[in-house]
Design a protein around this ligand. Sequence first.
Ligand code: GAP
Length: 450
Amino acid sequence: MSKLDDIVSLCKRRGFIFPGSDVYGGMSGTWDFGPLGVMTKKKIMDVWWNYFVESRDDMYGIDAAIIMNPKTWVASGHVATFADPLVECKECKSRFRADKIADGISESVTTEEFLATHTKCPTCGKENWGPIRKFNMMFSTHVGAVLPEDVSENPELAEKNTAYLRPETAQGIFTNYKNVIDTIYPSIPFGLCQQGKAFRNEISPRDFILRDRECSQMEIEYFVAPDTWEENFEKMRLLQHDFLENVIGLKPENIHELDVPKEDRAHYSKRTIDFMYDYPNGEEELMGLAYRTDFDLSNIQRESGKSMEYRDKNTGESFIPHVIEPSIGVERLFLAVLSNAYTEDEVNGEKRVVLKLPENLAPYRFCVSPLLKNKPELVAKAKEVYELLRKKYVYVTWDDSGNIGKRYRKQDEIGTPKCVVIDFDTLNDDTVTVRDRDTTKQKRVKISKL
Ligand code: GAP
């Protein structure tokens, strides 16, 4: 089994992440977060929100609707260009994303370039390909009373009512930019931040939660005066490193910056740095930092007929702000956290699996147990300690299943940093054993000092 398989198995075994619609045989590209997964996912989202929004004076939150007026996606360029190169094997009819199955080609690959790579079909092994076609990744739906037969009998009505599930949260920010400047009058530079679901009909979802059809994004649109974009881009670049390394705890040596060449950049970007991460299956994009210029606001101004200009209170100057955008997927960050934490070692000659999650992201900070479950006096004392810690820290769990060794193994696998055990000595001297997840060392500590 590869390390990724081990992580997938642990996530399922311990209630972090399950395949979407598992009971019906799954739904490709979707994943469900179980009780422990939800806790860590929420913590990841909360530390991001706290770092980028709550602790800063220049950032504000937004929570926009997922289904937006379809004009949004025409103005943003997504209807015309949000597409991946699709190639079909003429032998077995399997379809693939061309740039993911051939080496050394980019998303803008042509049919000729693809054929020249002599790639064999990953399903049937033959080399007989159709042309490269552009596949738009937006999920579309009909809003309102559109019947299935309208699609063929009344295509105009169907077309008129077509809407999309948002493929990025960013547009909910751009479309609210004017509402925000007209209501809270922020001073430039300022950022609008949003967390929420985004949907992409990926041709080949893969690598567990790395590439999904439904994911959650955390995005910032940072509005700046046009001639200051470079200094703000640099400021945002450094902030992302600080967040990933010092708040999330990823190792700097596993993060690599890739200055994306023009032909591979999104249609709106004049500069993009992808933050690549060493995942178990190789280096992949963790997040992107893009200079979106005034592309989005200018398009909205043109399509809506409403001014998107910002009037600088100090200089009296009016301009359409330019935008720096750091954008990260929660699932990709979650997978980086899991890959960073997943460790196998040996304790007393036995293999041990341990998730060395940082304390701020572990589902629980403490596990409290009585040494023996059938001794009421130990259970009562342990309950007392449990309630005491619960008052101080929300994330405390109780475990009196199996023997103490099994409890430690379980808490190691879910990443609980400290196990607190109540034994007979506790009844005499009010001390407990505190066992450290990473070193497995145990210490006697006074309850009052916990
Ligand atoms: N608003 C800019 C934007 O959406 P992107 O590079 O397409 O840019 C930003 O996506 C981030 O969202 C990616 O770096 C990744 O972390 C996450 N992401 C994008 N597509 C994803 C998918 N199919 N599954 C999981 N995460 C995804």
